[in-house]
Design a protein around this ligand. Sequence first.
Ligand code: ADP
Ligand code: AMP
Length: 213
Amino acid sequence: MKIIMLGAPGAGKGTQAINIAKEYDIPHVSTGDIFRANIKNGTELGKAAKEYMDAGKLVPDEITIGMLLDRISEEDCKNGYVLDGFPRTIPQAESLKDALTKRGEKIDFAVDIEVPDTEITARMTGRRSCPKCGATYHIKFNPTKQEGVCDECGGELVQRADDKPETVEKRLHVYHEQTQPLIDFYEKEGVLCTIDGTVAPKDVFKAITEVLS
Ligand code: ADP
Ligand code: AMP
């Protein structure tokens, strides 16, 4: 199964993509996580991506598309994957479609998690993530058992540099301008599923599994 997660930054794409990956035994492919791992390891790709990420902008398509297409060509992706954070622009969606069409493949579901902008800032400023395993929490809405420690792997949680209120505003603006048009794109492809993202994470997941099964 090949699934795309759509939605504003902070809508809950990562939270649900991890659940989907576990449930369907497919890899969770997050372009944001790949960029952050490259930044941590000081690679050239990381250096190129960092300035855009810190400014709340999108990393250019010329960098992002090739990186993602390489990742989904790897062996563990042969039975499907859940893409989290890609595509974010129409050229990214078209490149993905072209690459899949060449292999006789297609996206099965584009899951759009809808959350109004008024809820996004609180979600993102309270977000804490585990750099070791990628798990995501929220200090109020989804707290860990022990403060600052990942429930999954015991890693030390961090606050993302781009989750500051000013950067969140910028990212939301970029989302509406460049990423929201993908909702129409996938509706036309006949694979769009719209999910209410304002309910508790476990209920969002329940709604997603009902649609996918
Ligand atoms: P995205 O990947 O779309 O940027 P995340 O999955 O990282 O979003 O979620 C953003 C923040 O909101 C995190 O702190 C997460 O724990 C929290 N969150 C996720 N889903 C919900 C929900 N349904 N209700 C409340 N908070 C949520
Ligand atoms: P995320 O972890 O999905 O919130 O992504 C964090 C940041 O990484 C974004 O604000 C962008 O700067 C960058 N990024 C992640 N995915 C993409 C993408 N598909 N296209 C461009 N930039 C991306």
